[in-house]
Structures are given as C-alpha cells and as structure tokens.
Design a protein around this ligand. Structure first.
Ligand code: SF4
Length: 250
C-alpha cells in the first residue's frame, strides 16, 4: 500500500488500538471490583465498547481489502462510509496527539477516497459528471460573475476557469464555480450529478467528500502559488484525467 494511503489507514488502526486498550482497562477494573452493581455497569459499558470496536474493525478491514483488491462492493462501501464518518475526526485528533501534520492526514484521506472511487469501475456519461471548482481559482481582478454562471467567463487566459470551461464543453459535463461548502452542496442538490470532480484545498475537499458519501467524488487539490483562497491554480492534466476516468470507468 502506498505511503499516503498507509498514513490514514494507520491512524484509523491506531484509534482502534487505543479503544482496545480502554476496553482492557475497563475489564481490569471489573475484575477488581467487589460491588455487584459496579460490575454490572462496567460489563454493560464494555459490551457497548466492544460492539463499536467490532464495527470499526470491520470498517477498517473493508477499506484495506478494497484497497488491496482495487475493487469495491456495496456492503464494504457502506461499512467503510460509516467508519469514515465516525472515526475521521478521531483520526485527526489522534494525529494531533502524535504530532502528525494535519495537511498530510487530509491528503492521505483524499488519496484513499480517490483510490476507492477509482476501484468502483463505474462509468458516467459526460452529462452526469459535474466539475466543482472554487471561486478562488478565478483571477482576482476579473469582473465577470462566473459563480452565477461559468458561461460568463470570456476565456481570456488569465486563470484556469477558461480552460475548465473548455474541458467541460469537450466532455459535455457541467461546470459550477462555488464560493464555499454551502453553495457546493446546493449545486449538487440542484443538479443531481452522478459523479463529481471537485477541485479545492485539503480541508474543503475532505469535508466535501464526507458531506456527500452517496456520490463518488474524485478530489483534485488546488495549487496555491499566492497563498490560500486567492488566485489559486490547478493542474489541468489531473482534472482531465479524473473526468476521463469517470467517463470510461477505469
Ligand atoms: S479566464 Fe475567465 S474567469 Fe479567468 S480572468 Fe479570464 S474571463 Fe475571468
């Protein structure tokens, strides 16, 4: 397994190990308690913890199996989605505890997500694919209102929006430029795409991917030559590759 994917899976597994340690501690307390009520209460607590640990273990195992086999199945995806939703914040917390760079964890999560989406081997015609681009890609002095309609872009070449517009036309897919997560969710709700190619920073991408577990999202990280949120850039080859993959299904 590649290093970037290993980090995220490793942190999830570490979280699981910490939980097992807590269970063991609780069990130790049970065996050293004399009061019957304390014992009963602790047994109940341990049973609940074991139940959740078992779900997490199955979820992590499902993710590892999907990555190893480069193939997914509906039940594995469902369990992995549940575990992702529950353990993602915990994995970030554990990463912080062990001084692992947050950006690296988010990149690892996005890499795992992209790999799993690619492992589905499902194809979407152009009209069902949406390119979701952040507003910060637009040249900051451009007067055209592309968040209302990306067609307002005059393709002057000062930013990548023009090239994204051309790419969307080439594949016959939708292009939406949004100013934040709320509008991104609204665009998806309105247009109901089958799959999304999302361009954003690590934080917005990982949150967006978590927000819409039912829709396959291929994430492409933006480039920030002038710092975050202004005149950002994107590798067009990676966007092209993502759309092409969704079109062809691998
Ligand atoms: S490419 Fe489009 S969005 Fe970018 S600066 Fe030119 S007109 Fe504006």
């Amino acid at each position: 397994m590649e290093a970037r994917k290993r980090l995220y899976i490793g942190l999830l597994s570490l979280t699981l190990l910490l939980m097992v340690a807590i269970i063991w501690l609780a069990w130790y307390l049970v065996s050293n308690q004399n009061a019957l009520l304390n014992k009963v209460l602790l047994v109940i607590l341990v049973s609940i913890a074991i139940f959740f640990a078992a779900i997490f273990a199955v979820g992590i195992l499902a993710m590892v199996i999907m990555i190893m086999r480069s193939r997914t199945s509906p039940w594995q995806e469902s369990v992995a989605n549940i575990v992702n939703g529950w353990l993602f914040p915990v994995a970030l917390l554990v990463g912080k505890l062990f001084r692992v760079n947050r950006t690296s964890i988010l990149q690892s999560f996005i890499a795992v997500n992209n790999y799993l989406v690619r492992s589905k081997h499902v194809s979407f015609p152009g009209q069902q694919v949406m390119i979701l681009a952040p507003h910060c890609l637009q040249y900051s002095k451009c007067p055209h209102k592309i968040t209302i309609d990306a067609e307002n872009c005059k393709e002057c070449g000062k930013c990548k929006i023009g090239e994204l517009k051309q790419l969307a036309a080439q594949y016959d897919c939708k292009l939406r430029v949004v100013t934040g997560g709320t509008l991104a969710r609204k665009a998806i709700k309105d247009q109901r795409p089958g799959a999304v190619v999302a361009i954003a920073c690590e934080r917005d991408l990982s949150l967006g991917i978590q927000d819409i577990p039912a829709i396959p999202v291929l994430g492409v990280l933006n480039l920030r030559p002038y710092g975050p949120c202004m005149n950002t850039d994107v590798d067009m080859n990676r966007v092209d590759n993502a759309i092409h993959f969704l079109n062809q299904g691998g």
